[in-house]
Design a protein around this ligand. Sequence first.
Ligand code: PTT
Ligand code: SF4
Length: 610
Amino acid sequence: MHGWTGKILRINLTNKKAVVQEFDANFAQTWLGGRGFAVKLLWDELKPGIDAFSPENRLILAAGPLTGASLPSSGKLVVAAKSPLTGGYGDGNVGTWACVNMRRAGYDAIVFEGKAEIPTVVKVEDDKTEFLNGEDYWGRGVFETEKDLKKKYGNVTGVVSIGKAGENKVKFANMISQEGRGGGRPGIGAVMGSKNLKAVAIKGTQELPAADMPELKKLGLEGYKEILAKPNYKFWKRQGTVSTVEWGQENSCLPTHNFREGVFAHADAIGGFAMEKLKVSNRGCPQCNMTCGNVITDTDNESVEVDYENIALLGSNIGLGDLKKVAHLNRMCDDYGLDTISMGNVIGFAMEASEKKLIEDRIEWGDFEKARELIERVAENKDETGRLLSQGVKYASQKLGKDSKNWAMHVKGLEISGYDCHATPGMALAFGTSLSGAHHKDAWVISWEVKYGRGNYDQTKVDKIIELQRLRTIFEALTTCRLPWVEVGFELEWYPRYLKAATGLTMTLEDLYPTADRIYNLARAFWVREFGQEWSSNMDMVPNRWFTDPLTKGPLKGAKLDKSKYEAMLQMYYNKRGWDNRGLPTRSTLSKLGLSDAAQELGQQVQLAA
Ligand code: PTT
Ligand code: SF4
């Protein structure tokens, strides 16, 4: 077997034992890596219904056969667990030297289980694993934690850590690395906190495994050159994802005032061109020549890396039209280890709840000081409102009642990423059917949809969403960054060539589709196993606001989604996926993907169609 190290490091935090588990070529080729490994391990090892914060939950760091190699943007790590926010499958993707080092240390994945007795830092250096007292770090922000660990163990050490939000089990706490890379939206940082695990520091010195290393290096170099030659490259380096603010405004999908509107009066002040005026440098993930992290200074003159999602949710969505202030909120979230997307949704929800007098606090739209306060109260679980909001908008709306359910912006409990969908049913369906809740990462169909036609609720759109979900799941499994392809048009054909040089396997992308489907279906089965009889197609519905409250501003004033057409499109989606009308995979779909055992297990809990 080439391309994979063939080893998973299993770390039990309760008894401080680390053992190496080997896997064979069949496992590697069936699940590929990253998200594939995570889904399979969580399915096999978790009993349904466990508390996500119990020691039985697994915290998985997983890479794929391309991770860490000298090829474009390969420094990505999948982090996964049963989500405390949604109760279903949860993962995220962090750009970090930790994944490169993990592979160089000889592991494709690290699986944590149990719970450390005291706050702990786990240090992995090649074949040596140490459990270090982390009490000094507990209560400290991620910036200080990572800086200190690097000072102690060397700058080349890769570190992922949690901040106070993860320690306090805020349900949308994530993991942070390199001062500006964050991943694990569905509370993967909170799972880490529940295990008393403050940070993981990894150093590896071995050569990566590859079937043909000279060829992989040669192709990698060609890939980097190809990216540099792409017409959009220069503009991408200037603005990265931030130019999406202007694009969203032009296309009426920039989330504004808790997703009431798709246009924001101060969009120009928080967009790509405004950002360029404040920009001090570019940062990026390992092995990347697209370095899209734009660093600006905030209200305290501190450096902050800003991305589109952070700006959309902590800016327009809460009515804040000042980029330095947005950057300040972003920096607070990073240091606390809070997902910016969920936090922006939570603040927007609180502002609307305040306006409607559902909470006692008075929090006006755009109030920077109150937003700052709220972040602190949530991250530190400070008071009743802080504790309520730290559970996410779904829970908060259940507690507050009245009509708040209609404007609690989430799917399956995960808050919506930065795209208003009053006029984009395809993107709404992408949120509805994403693997982890309302995440854009599985099918960012919106840019295609505005060209194809917003008004259509048709099979072509459904097919496009499934195609994107397949391709993006392949990126999560390989595991590399998808942005070279999505943003500068680096051709997909490069990836089978990389895969061949790394593993020796000759496969087209289409050959990998069944693998992507296997991963997607097993993750779906995981959700259904957790929810059992409660599961219905309602789980894939998007917030009512988009069906009932039309846009009142911008060129698409009056637009809203049509509920019965959305439901019909959802059925088209199920049909194409081989799922029944409740959204459950059928027995034959599962068995065609080699998942007969999963069908048998699931069938004992819910009735599966043949
Ligand atoms: C991702 C989500 C995103 S998606 C953003 S900005 W984006 C937010 N970033 C956060 C942050 O920063 N700090 C923070 N405290 N919370 C944050 N939450 C939000 O998390 C990121 C890039 C981006 S920037 C995107 S789209 C792409 N995502 C990829 C992906 O998912 N898979 C993949 N194979 N490649 C990807 N490339 C791009 O990576 P989640 P990063 Mg992120 C500061 O994890 O949970 O999936 O949520 O990883 O290293 O920061 O790179 O406009
Ligand atoms: Fe990281 Fe951006 Fe490069 Fe992707 S394109 S690897 S997100 S710096």
